[in-house]
Design a protein around this ligand. Structure first.
Ligand code: ARG
Ligand code: GLU
Length: 716
């Protein structure tokens, strides 16, 4: 009887909540298709992923650095988020043609705008290479030997996979290195902007609404892939033609209702679902609060300066958005994990795991000290993690430091040049040297940030652990960080528009002088200090933790038979399935699962800056000309929430209904649910999706670019 009770308990704590998981597409047939069908999915696993036939995977791409995009026409038209296309749109914008501010729509192919540097990558095939990677290992290897053997094998396998083709290939570890998969990819390099709403609509709600539901921004932009006459990737050329994709998503105009099946297909970046209670403890009680408080100091200074004038506002808007995004995410994550009693839940899972293996003496022996090892490792890791965060989030929050340190290799190359050795000095200087006057840097704003960051750093770091040159400067300035900062900002050539101009005129000639610039000296001292001390130590503990996680996750997979384990997100192609769902953000409140344009106009009426829209939108709203894009009550919907398990990188991902038709573009999560990177909870973790009907309404009615719809397959 007693054993039976234990068994029941273990099943309960390990059972994945419905909808949890980011699954590998090539394993859907084996692992998930039954569940998906039970939840309403009408197609086959092969229609999601196949290497023999065209399938959905051929229409899902990595967009730029870290977003997802989907192909929506047979002429290579792709859809992603506005915040994913942001830097490309900004790059094409000038004061005369401010596409960011005014929006842009090509009215014919020749008006589609080349975005230099932007790439779109498809996955050709995925292969399990675990056995091949493991054969390179010898049981007698030390950790370091193991590491380098694996790296070497991976490199060889990657080379082999792309041999004699225009494809690229990469291998990633899964389940903390228990498995390895190879991804063969094809990257297109001629990508052109087709259209974007004005920023006021694409980013409607800006930081106020970021990570928040209800949401009303049309977070989308559209691009087109161009290819050579042979339909192969090619550098930009006027002769290139629209790419003919293997697959493109049909688009549903039928809309969504609560409970409808939803599937997100994209490239989630990073989750850590199998962390132990010790890691979560560190996250909640040290890492998240420290990072949040350091970012808050920076944001307050930026905010105050950005309010002063438009020049400063424009200078720092992208920077502010980047810093604010994870500031808000971490604070939500921390609140969610605390509210969910995450540490104790993880502890219970650990206890249940030990109970589960305790019936088998050899297993009991294998795992008996595992969690003590975790505990000890995190105890040693915690102070290092703190030092590391003070480096990345505090000192490296000062733009001047981060920027001056980029000249370390420049001076190194110059030394080679002066010795008459082969060097890359000229090339590197050109690349590192900023265009002046500084575009996204204001000396006085940065000075304020530096004062605040140094004050915090010095108050929280022992002098013996500080970079040597900082310690000396503190001695010279009697520990006064304000005087120290003023000394740096008043005397450095690196951060002053006029002085920098002079410096770059005679950089090589007077290099020895510039190498003694106080800002450069301090920045390089900080950088080298952390490279030599904290970073290798962090690397050591990361490897230790990875080893332990490898054992734990392997143990879970082998012993917990009633649960399927999905691998943590690692920037590779994944499927998450769930449903359209509302949620209770707090007791007594129910958040509806969709928003409409009514709410957008209502927010606009508050007069708050973040809710500004151009009058055209309100005019269209007043006319109620929603056409085929209205729901059955005549409302024009903007966004909806789902229970799909998503994370950063899923931005721009196609959201698909039971018939495989596009119903929206994923763009965010709810604040209460940002803890899903560590502990997903199906009751309140929600992804936020732009309803594709609003996207089409914007293109058709707002922008007057309805001609684009004729190349799409609309399902009515
Ligand atoms: N929170 C979304 C994501 O994680 C949107 C970020 C961009 N928008 C912003 N206001 N910072 O990327
Ligand atoms: N906005 C995020 C992105 O750019 C998606 C939101 C999330 O983290 O889930 O990838």
């Amino acid at each position: 009887m007693k054993n039976k009770i234990i068994l029941v308990f273990t099943i309960i704590t390990f059972l994945a909540k419905a909808d949890e998981g980011m699954w590998m597409p090539q394993l859907i047939e084996a692992l998930n298709i039954k569940d998906m069908k039970k939840n309403g999915f009408k197609l086959t696993a092969e229609q999601i992923y196949s290497i023999n036939k065209a399938s959905m995977k051929d229409a899902v791409a990595i967009f730029g650095g870290g977003c997802t995009a989907e192909v929506i026409s047979t002429k290579g038209l792709i859809l992603t988020n506005h915040h994913c296309g942001f830097s490309s749109i900004a790059g094409l914008s000038t004061v005369q043609n401010d596409y960011l501010k005014n929006g842009y729509w090509a009215m014919k192919p020749s008006e589609e705008l080349n975005c230099p540097g932007l790439t779109v990558t498809f996955i050709k095939r995925i292969e399990d290479v675990t056995a091949k990677v493991m054969t390179s290992l010898n049981p007698s290897f030390s950790e370091i030997q193991k590491d380098s053997a694996i790296k070497a094998t991976i490199k060889n396998l990657e080379l082999l996979a792309k041999k004699d083709s225009h494809y690229e290939a990469f291998i990633r570890p899964f389940y903390y290195g228990n498995e390895y998969y190879l991804f063969v990819t094809e990257t297109f390099k001629d990508i052109r902007l087709v259209g974007t709403p004005p920023e006021s609509i694409g980013k409607f709600g800006d930081e106020t609404d970021n990570w928040v539901w209800p949401r009303h921004n049309a977070d989308f932009s559209m691009f087109r892939i161009y290819a050579s006459a042979e339909n192969k990737p090619a550098e930009f050329s006027a002769d290139n033609i629209p790419y003919k994709p293997l697959y493109s998503f049909p688009i549903s105009l039928k809309g969504i209702e609560k409970g409808d099946f939803t599937m997100v297909y994209g490239f989630p970046g990073r989750t850590q679902e199998y962390l132990t209670s010790y890691a979560v403890d560190l996250l909640i009680n040290q890492q998240d609060p420290l990072r949040v408080s350091l970012r808050e100091k920076r944001l307050n200074i930026l905010d105050a300066d950005m309010k002063k004038n438009d020049t400063l506002r424009l200078m720092y808007t992208a920077k502010y958005a980047g810093v604010a995004n994870y500031y808000k995410k971490w604070s939500g994550e921390m609140a969610g994990l605390i509210k969910s009693d995450a540490i104790n839940k993880k502890k219970k899972q650990e206890d249940d795991f030990l109970t589960l293996v305790s019936n088998n003496p050899s297993k009991k022996e294998t795992y008996k000290s595992l969690f003590n090892e975790f505990k000890r490792t995190y105890q040693e890791y915690a102070p290092l993690s703190k030092q590391y965060d003070y480096f990345t989030e505090c000192l490296w929050g000062v733009d001047a430091f981060k920027y001056a340190a980029t000249f370390i290799p420049v001076f190194n190359e110059l030394k080679l040049k002066q010795k008459g050795k082969e060097n890359k000095f000229d090339e590197l200087l050109k690349k590192t040297q900023p265009s002046l006057p500084f575009k996204n840097f204001n000396k006085e704003t940065d000075r304020k940030i530096c004062k605040a960051m140094l004050e915090t750093y010095v108050a929280n770091t022992d002098r013996e652990f500080m970079p040597r040159f900082l310690d000396s400067l503190l001695t010279v300035h009697n520990g006064n960080t304000i005087a120290l900062t003023d000394f740096l900002y008043n005397n450095s050539s690196f951060i002053d528009n006029d002085k920098a101009k002079l410096m770059f005129n005679d950089f090589e000639k007077n290099a020895s002088l510039y190498e003694r610039d106080p800002m450069y000296l301090l920045a390089s001292s900080i950088y080298l200090h952390y490279q030599k001390t904290v970073i290798p130590q962090i690397g050591y503990y990361d490897r230790q933790i990875n080893e332990l996680q490898q054992v734990y996750v392997k143990g879970l997979i082998e012993n917990v038979k009633d649960r399927k384990f999905y691998p943590d997100a690692n920037g590779t192609l994944r499927v998450s399935f769930g449903k359209v769902a509302d949620y209770e953000p707090k007791d007594g409140v129910l958040n509806l699962h969709y928003t409409t344009i009514d709410g957008m106009v209502e927010k606009n009426k508050t007069g708050l800056e973040d809710y500004y829209v151009k009058p055209r939108l309100v005019e269209l709203y007043d006319k109620k000309d929603y056409g085929q894009y209205a729901d059955k009550n005549g409302k024009l919907r903007i966004a909806f929430t789902g229970s799909n398990h998503t994370t950063g990188g899923n931005s721009g991902s196609p959201v698909i209904n039971a018939n495989g038709e596009l119903i929206g573009t994923n763009f965010d999560r709810n604040w209460e649910g940002t803890m899903s990177d560590v502990m997903y909870n199906g009751n309140f973790c929600r992804n936020i999706v732009l309803d594709v009907r609003f996207t089409l309404w914007m293109i058709d009615k707002y922008a007057g670019a309805g001609y684009l719809l004729s190349e799409m397959k609309l399902v009515k």
